[in-house]
Design a protein around this ligand. Structure first.
Ligand SMILES: *[C@@H]1O[C@H](CO)[C@@H](O)[C@H](O)[C@H]1NC(C)=O
Ligand SMILES: *[C@@H]1O[C@H](CO)[C@@H](O)[C@H](O)[C@H]1NC(C)=O
Ligand SMILES: *[C@@H]1O[C@H](CO)[C@@H](O)[C@H](O)[C@H]1NC(C)=O
Length: 429
């Protein structure tokens, strides 16, 4: 069996541009959530039930700010949606980090891309619809189609670097990032590629997004006046998730290939499991049995027992039902495991308390944080968790990061439509 390891990381999050930047702020307990109530057009933003969001910092100069000119020419900026621009920048960082910039034909042919988005470019669809309704055919840009297709981020990455391996784009709502990383690992394991650029990107900070999720009663509404307090996974006062934007990329590589070129190895991707609820459009099964199934399958694939898991990066978006169901699923997973009678041993945190929900990029950024938990032996905290109200009394890493030896960690992602995936990473030895 070909083994798959992680050799590079890249990220753009509401905490800033760059992996180190985002991680150090996360560990320091900082929040990337801000108010959108003053955005234009105010008429549309002000009527919303939720006016908080995780926005990539764009104002001004300094470290960690998003400046498209740092990454893209003016013509590329015009041709690419924002989610694609984020994907390109995260890829550039990750390839740099992995020291993988191949030129030889066989290397280019064995390097692929698997990167998706949940929603894509809503802004472009919205503007074009309005212009078309008003003035017709001539108002539709020739770039309209390439700017709205989800797979164009993966396409642009391949064009930029000449990668001719598998070129794939997942779109499974909030599970997109995890499925992208998981599917990419299968391409390597099956021999379709030696190196894969894998991840997710999202940028749909548009009032229509908030109107839509608001109408489905998914969003945080209770802390519009205090944005950093608005995302509260597992907390009694949680009321829903916070929409965020960003991108994350991991470079996955076949183990012998990585060793042969002396690449630094962050962790090994040991397992990948996915499942479908077959239940409801937006609600999970309340007992968490779907989530249980994806974790169980991923661990089976990894050949790892539940009791060997040191840390779980939960999907927990801070919706009342979802967080409870996931906690129950984790309890079912651990039930009957010797030595786990005391649930306090199980470390579970949700990094969404700090960055909100990156939708199609969530699974990718959370995979990055899970990998760093292993590489740095640090559990990232669950912010705003002052009154836990989920029943099993896990160590939910409230408010502050904790030091702990992390050899095996899981990352969970669940999405509308009832689709779930779990990734299992371990220390490489
Ligand atoms: C859509 O139109 C708004 C208002 O004119 C503008 O601010 C925004 O940049 C446009 N978005 C795109 C993707 O063209
Ligand atoms: C929530 O967490 C953020 C970031 O640590 C903090 O600024 C805020 O005060 C917290 N709010 C509450 C109500 O706990
Ligand atoms: C997805 O996750 C939710 C949240 O825990 C869970 O209740 C649901 O059953 C899961 N669905 C699938 C398809 O595994």
């Amino acid at each position: 069996m070909r083994r798959v390891v992680v050799t590079g990381l890249g990220a753009i999050t509401p905490l800033g541009v760059g992996v180190r930047h985002s991680w150090s702020k996360l560990i320091a307990g900082q929040s990337g959530i801000a108010s959108v109530a003053d955005f234009e057009p105010q008429k549309r933003w002000r009527e919303l039930t939720s006016t908080v969001a995780g926005i990539v910092p764009k104002s001004g100069i300094g470290e960690g700010q998003w400046r498209p000119d740092d990454w893209l020419s003016a013509s590329d900026q015009r041709r690419m949606s924002t989610f694609t621009q984020y994907a390109i920048a995260a890829t550039e960082m990750a390839l740099e980090d992995a020291a993988w910039k191949p030129r030889k034909k066989e290397d280019l042919e064995s390097t692929g891309v698997c990167l998706g988005s949940g929603i894509g470019n809503l802004d472009e669809i919205y503007n074009t619809s309005l212009a078309y309704e008003k003035d017709g055919y001539k108002k539709v840009s020739p770039l309209f189609v390439p700017k709205i297709l989800i797979n164009l981020a993966a396409g642009h990455i391949a064009m930029r670097y000449g990668f001719q391996g598998p070129n794939h784009a997942v779109t499974t709502a909030c599970t997109t990032g995890a499925h992208s990383v998981g599917d990419a690992s299968r391409f390597i394991a099956f021999g379709d590629a030696n190196v894969m650029v894998a991840g997710g990107a999202e940028s749909c900070i548009h009032p229509l997004t908030f109107a839509g999720f608001g109408r489905s009663r998914s969003l945080s509404t209770a802390f519009n006046d205090d944005p950093p307090s608005s995302c509260r996974p597992f907390d009694r006062r949680r009321s829903g998730f916070v929409v965020s934007e960003g991108a994350a990329v991991v470079i996955l590589e076949e183990l012998e290939h990585a060793k042969a070129r002396g690449a630094r190895i962050y962790a090994e991707l040991r397992g990948y499991g996915s499942s479908g609820d077959a239940h409801h459009m937006t609600a999970p099964l309340e007992d968490g049995s779907g989530a249980f199934l994806s974790m169980k399958k991923a661990l089976k694939h990894a050949g790892i027992k539940p009791r060997q898991v040191d840390y779980i990066n939960a999907h927990a978006t801070a919706t009342p039902v979802g967080d409870t169901a996931e906690a129950l699923a984790i309890r079912s997973l651990m039930a009957g495991e010797e030595g786990y009678a005391n649930e306090g041993h199980i470390a579970v945190s949700s990094t969404k308390g700090s960055i909100g929900h990156l939708l199609g990029a969530a699974g990718a950024i959370e995979a990055v944080f899970t990998i760093l938990a292993i590489a740095e032996n640090t559990l990232p905290p669950t912010l705003n968790l002052t009154e836990p109200d989920v029943e099993p009394k896990f160590n939910l890493v409230p408010l502050e990061a904790q030091e702990k030896e992390v050899n095996v960690a899981l990352s969970n992602s669940f999405g509308f439509g009832g689709t779930n995936a779990t990734l299992v990473f371990s220390k490489f030895s």
